[in-house]
Design a protein around this ligand. Sequence first.
Ligand SMILES: Cc1ncc(COP(=O)(O)O)c(C=O)c1O
Length: 385
Amino acid sequence: MLQTSYIELSKKALRKNIKYLKDLIGLDVKFVSVIKGNAYGHGIEQFLPLAEECGIDYFATFDVYEAGKAMKVKSDSTELMVMGVIDDESLPWLIENKISFFISNIDRLKKVVSSAKLAGKPARVHIEVETGLHRTGIEQPDLSKVVQVIKENTGLLEIEGLCTHYAGAESVSNYVRIHHQIDTFNTIRNWFSNNGIRFRYYHTACSAAAIMYPETRMNMVRIGIAQYGYWPSKETKVYKLLSDNARYRKNPLSRVLNWKTKVMDTKVVPPGEFVGYGNEYQTDNKTRIAIIPVGYFHGYRRSLSNIGHVLIHGKEAPIIGAVNMSMMIADVTRIQGVKKNDEVVLIGKQHKRNISVASFSERFNLVNYELLARLPMQIMRIVVR
Ligand SMILES: Cc1ncc(COP(=O)(O)O)c(C=O)c1O
């Protein structure tokens, strides 16, 4: 083990999730895999080829840096879209590599036309429209200018998509707002159509929208969290499992990621001694401890000092004392025979026990998204079949 811990990606789990989601959205809807945030912590370089093996051929990143990583590992026929920030200097590269990208204001569209002219090649664009999220997206008064620019530059613009993003489809409390956005999008879509502009793809749905609002699937969906094996929210899970028939009584989504390390050393501490730095933990009895080579530098939060637990030999071992920068200590007194190099699970399953991402996120009032995206890039990702 070159690094002190590693993240395993399960191909079996990913294949299962993608099959479930594809069955749900239908074969005539293009499945775009969202791999921003280092593929939600799974690692773009390892996750993308794995997802290709599971039948995905279109990926979405947030920025050009992520698109560059994806370019290095993707197959020739796989398509890419950038949904977020793009600086002007990157436009020639995107055009050259046929990477499509969101246009969220009219000035950007004009700039893209100039770049395409210079490159002598068309730019592939998705027109992102404002429908009520009030984040990015072209405002309605500017839409006639969009039509004009598109019509005047037919050879320079490939109109890949018309799109928007919802303001929290995972929560029932946003029901009215989401419906309003759906109506607004459909009005804009018809308006473009009446003005003679048709798009290759119409896409609005993230995981929650694709699950909760079937009408948002159109002919393309942008799926992030669900493909990695997590429900966007508890509400989404309950809604879906109740509305599915008995076929899916078991959770159809499986976690793709497991985070593991190995015991670095063990020793016995006499009763009444403090363990680790300071006086954060004092032994009551003779205590057998296991040293674990993971700390807050590796993404294991310091606030889990004296609170967290790991799995060793399929049993829960509590973290005692402070989580240090590169190490932490687990009490293994009640686990027989723990020794150097034994597997330690930080997130994931061991025998019948499980430490879920949600068990971390709930403790810190984080959403799964944040915990996953914060997993440090430098941890080694390994694909398991
Ligand atoms: C524009 C856009 N589309 C799709 C997604 C995927 O969302 P989810 O992970 O909830 O499926 C995101 C993620 O936040 C996004 O920003």
